[in-house]
Design a binder for this molecule. Structure first.
Ligand code: 3H9
Length: 683
């Protein structure tokens, strides 16, 4: 786990703890022994700490969280580094994250290769750094540079780290071990930099006293509902206002409080859930993967174009097929525009954009797809059209290639049956905008080969998606659970709740928007036709009155020129008309009922999905809803949230609302049984 090697007068402490050199108990123990050995050995003048494998320490070992602590404490080890009378140099490659960066911060010097990334991502686990990161980082780089790193949690690259003074020297890629030792020899005999613990440099590092308030205001929307970022701001503030030891005590207090809270439990659950989602149960070891070197995409519209960008950005050539030249040209132009925007924002270099665009082959001919290894259709969501497309694809595309449907609801087995190779067919449900949304539902058909499924999961990582396997059922995991929520939202407004109350309850819960805001954004006229409209639903009447959502300036809400929505008296009157027709007087509905009616049936549907084996595990459902539908991260997803508030409470609520939920609702046996046994969905 930890070994030491002597190189003349330099002792090199090497960690080898795959996969990410997490700072587990044995590693901490080894580091402690290493630094003590260096101190005790008069022939050693400097110490280098580096890691074998793919990365420098990527943080504390998260699997140890929530369990009884095992010494030595990371802070103790770190203090020994910092107190060393011999210079200690951190040699960084891969990712120095969390506790890993905290180790590096306690070293006297940091050298890194250009590809290294450094960060304090603890907020993403609902925590703040707990081994001095909030106190040392601002002392080393100043408050303005430290705040976004501690509060936002995104890592920075070595170049940026060198610019802000976090890295002392960027060394050649691939030559870290020798260059770190050379650096160590250079600094031997020079006065040690003042330990961050003793420095008071910070006082003059804060030139702008409003820095905290300004930062909070700028980040407000992004941080809404999360506890950790505010605690992170408080901790950095403590670094400014308090002596080091008192600041450390404040950090510890905030860290421990977060660690014991529901949000961090939820976010840690999500961390492991996202990694578990990519694993397929019962997959034989060594299942062969199908090489995907060329992808075909049918449809150059918003969806097809977005899907194409994922592959282009990953360096995989794409053949993009449309039926006519004009939409094909439009599709290519949109992709180019999207890439230009990314380049303008600095997210991609112009060279990368050029390289991506050079990988597209536009075509009007099905035959051009013949040699693709994977073909994804993103044509209109209509079974007859999809069937026709798959029949054609089967005839044209080479044997052994995977044929995928980007359907959001339709039966993948029925589509697969149109081909002579149903075992090579599956669903790949991308979410719009497909180049940005990270979720990918991988729909496993009854006959889909293990190899095909495994290839889709591996490919998802390559294109930076979080993939979740779903069985074939209407709407798969995500849209299937959306249905009961939508149904209840519609019913609630006919019972007396206002659309804006329904939306507010969900945004207060942490969703970015509620169902009516979402409907206005998407357009109320999706699937609506003037000829067939019979004024039979609120939605139909809204469309008939040209209230079709944001695009027409009005929908459930009235919109101003900045697309800000306000409640509409006209909509209230339309809804009131339907209530009169129903013969049932409207009633006052409180926020708690709205929440229960919207979310409890979703948990019930999730339980049915599990019961039917449509999802592999409860945490997969959480991953879908958080990454695809804006379910608030800090609750851990619908199933984890249900565990947190208690399944018995959910079942009690569902039974209490049974009459209103109506005949379309039935209680999941799995949910009922688990609730009766005091069980949980997640471990
Ligand atoms: C912290 O440091 C607190 C301190 O401030 C205070 C302490 C007192 N621990 O993501 P991957 C596992 S909080 C345990 O697929 P990649 C992961 O579960 C920590 N396990 O690889 C997976 O296991 P499996 C702050 C960990 O190459 C395997 O490693 N640090 C940890 O795509 C591979 O992971 C972070 O939050 C861990 N810390 O990405 C960094 N990290 O194969 C968290 C990973 O069984 N880690 N595993 O599914 C990451 O962001 C990514 O893993 C990393 C590599 C970028 C490093």
């Amino acid at each position: 786990m930890i070994t030491t090697e002597r190189q003349g007068n330099v002792l090199v402490i090497v960690s080898n703890n795959p996969p990410v050199n997490a700072l587990g108990q044995k590693v901490r123990q080894g580091l402690l022994a290493g630094i003590e050995a260096a101190a005790a050995d008069a022939s050693i003048d400097a110490v280098v700490i580096r890691c074998d494998g793919t990365t420098f320490f990527a943080g504390a070992d998260i699997t140890e969280f929530g369990k009884p602590p095992m010494g030595p404490d990371l802070n103790k080890v770190i203090n020994l580094f910092e107190d060393s009378r011999k210079p200690v140099i951190a040699a960084i490659h891969g990712t120095a994250l969390g506790g890993g960066l905290e180790v590096a911060l306690a070293c006297h010097y940091r050298v890194a290769v250009p590809s290294a990334r450094l960060g304090l991502p603890e907020v993403k686990l609902g925590l703040i750094p707990g081994a001095g990161g909030t106190q040392r980082l601002p002392r080393v780089v100043g408050v303005a540079a430290a705040l976004p790193m501690v509060v936002g949690g995104d890592p920075i690259n070595a170049k940026k780290a060198a610019e802000i003074g976090l890295v002392d020297r960027v060394v050649s890629e691939g030559k870290l071990p020798e260059e770190a030792v050379a650096f160590a020899r250079e600094v031997v005999g020079k006065p040690l930099p003042v330990s961050s613990r003793r420095t008071d440099r910070l006082a003059d590092a804060v030139k702008d006293p409003a820095v905290f308030d300004n930062f909070r205001r700028e980040q407000g929307r992004k941080l809404r509902g999360f506890e950790a970022p505010e605690a992170a701001i408080q901790a950095v503030k403590a670094a400014v206002e308090l002596p080091f030891d008192a600041g450390m005590a404040r950090e510890r207090e905030l860290f421990l409080k977060l660690m014991a809270g529901d949000q961090s439990k939820a976010q840690r659950h999500l961390f492991f859930a996202e990694r578990a989602a990519n694993k397929i149960e019962n997959l034989g070891p060594g299942t062969p993967l199908i090489p995907i070197n060329k992808v075909g995409i049918l449809g150059a519209g918003t969806m097809g174009g977005g899907i194409a960008m994922n592959f282009l950005s990953a360096g995989i050539p794409v053949t993009l097929l449309e039926r006519e030249q004009a939409p094909l040209d439009r599709g290519i132009a949109t992709i180019a525009k999207n890439y230009e925007r990314l380049a303008q924002r600095g997210s991609l270099t112009p060279e990368k954009v050029e390289a991506a665009m050079a990988l597209i082959t536009p075509t009007l001919s099905f035959e051009s797809l013949a040699d693709c290894d994977l073909v994804i259709e993103a044509v209109f969501e209509n079974m007859d059209i999809k069937k026709e497309v798959f029949t054609k694809l089967d005839a044209v595309v080479k044997q052994g290639a995977i044929l995928a449907s980007n359907t959001s609801y339709l039966n993948v087995d029925e589509i697969a049956a149109m081909t002579k190779r149903p075992e090579f067919v599956l669903g790949l449900h991308f979410f719009s905008p497909a180049n940005i949304m990270r979720l990918l539902e991988v729909v496993r058909g009854a006959k889909t080969l293990q190899s095909v499924l495994a290839t889709a999961m591996a490919l998802s990582r390559k294109i930076n998606k979080i993939a979740v396997v779903s069985g074939v059922c209407y709407g798969f995991i995500g849209n299937r659970m959306l249905s009961p929520r939508q149904r209840e939202a519609q019913k609630l407004i006919l019972e007396g709740a206002k659309p804006w109350d329904v939306d507010r309850v969900l945004t207060d819960f942490g969703f970015p928007m509620g169902p009516f805001q979402m409907a206005d954004l998407a357009g109320l006229d999706i699937g609506w036709s003037k000829e067939a409209s019979k004024s039979s639903t609120v939605r139909e009447v809204l469309c008939e009155r040209d209230r079709r959502g944001q695009k027409t300036g009005k929908g459930f809400y009235d919109y101003d020129e900045n697309r800000r929505g306000t409640p509409s008296a006209e909509v209230e009157e339309i809804i009131a008309g339907f209530i009169v027709q129903s013969g049932k007087p409207p009633r006052a509905i409180d926020d708690q009922e709205i929440l229960e009616r919207l979310l409890y049936p979703m948990v019930n549907e999730g339980a049915k999905i599990l019961e039917e084996g449509m999802a592999q595990r409860a945490s997969d459902i959480d991953v879908v809803w958080i990454n695809g539908y804006g379910w608030p991260v800090f609750t851990g997803g619908p199933m984890f949230w249900a565990d947190t508030i208690g399944l018995a409470k959910i079942v009690e609520g569902l039974k209490r609302h049974a009459a209103l939920l109506g005949p379309e609702f039935s209680l999941s046996k799995l949910l009922e049984d688990k609730a009766a046994q005091g069980g949980r969905f997640n471990g």
